[in-house]
Design a protein. Sequence first.
Lengths: 171, 202
Amino acid sequence: MNENEIQLKVQALVDGELTGREAEALQQRINDDAKLQHLHAKLTQMRGLIADSELPRPLPESRDFYWNKIAETIEHEKRAGERAAPPKPVSRWLLRWLAPVAGVSALVLLLTLQQPTAPDLGITLNSDHELEMSDDEIDVMTYNSDDDSMSIVWLDYSMDIQRDYMELWLD
Amino acid sequence: MPSVPDYSTAKEPQLVNWAKEGDLQSFEELVSRYRDRAYARAFSIMRNEDLAVDLSQNAWVKAWQRLAQFHGEASFPTWLNRIVTNLCLDELRRRKRARMDSIEEIEEATGPVENRMEIQEVDPMERLNREELRERIDAAMAKLSDNHRTVLVLYEYEQIEYKHIAEKMGTSIGTVMSRLFYARKKMAALLGETLKRDGLIE
């Protein structure tokens, strides 16, 4: 141990930071060394001098002025804490159920909108219109409208009919 | 809690319990009783009136917010002063980051001043009354560097062990021991000078 280390050890002894055999050994060394005895005595004196020396110091502000700032800060931080606080249990419960329900609803809506729709033929059917389809002759469909004063007949020329017609014509 | 509690005569643990329940008036009574102590501790470390007022007020706010953590192991003012001290240390750290190390700290690291200084022969107890002595010690404390004053306050006033001081100050136990030793030597020298100047010692 160099001189500086021994000085710090003596101080640790004075401060009660050394215990057991280390303290005993150092005490023995101090007993045998006049310089260390002197240091030990002075450090002990300084410690006793400073320990109880903190001056009582009255606040330079009035009681109300001092307290008002504390109360205002407490209130301000309370409000800030409430704003930043996590949602209360009821709203948390709502959020837990609302989110999946909203998700499912959005999915259903999306699927509904994507369903294939009939092509717009510009024909509005109502009670004044009549659409006839032949049961036995599915190749013929008739549309009648009194409002529009019109009738439309669709004829489906199947390949068989077309072939018959062609044969007849060629003959 | 009674309907109209008598705060001024209530005992400290009762006031603390009421405050824990959210009673701000009982907390105000605690502030009234211990505000000077909190301010004095902040001033001992910071040596600046305005800062000491601000930091002690901040400590009261923190105390209100952490009241649930106070279980009465120490007295309420002791607990409060720990908060004050911690806030002062935070403030010193902030300031230290913003400035270069002082010459005193450089000297401390290299050791020339420490090695040259001898502890002065100070025996002022015989010549001064306690109040005069306190004022001289207070004036000497004001001349120490922040680090040396803080370590003295933590050890002598707060009675915190070396290892806990090291934790609070974010340094090693060896540095705490060195700062404490240097601070005491400097205090002895400063007190010796003032007593000599006043003709109280040769």
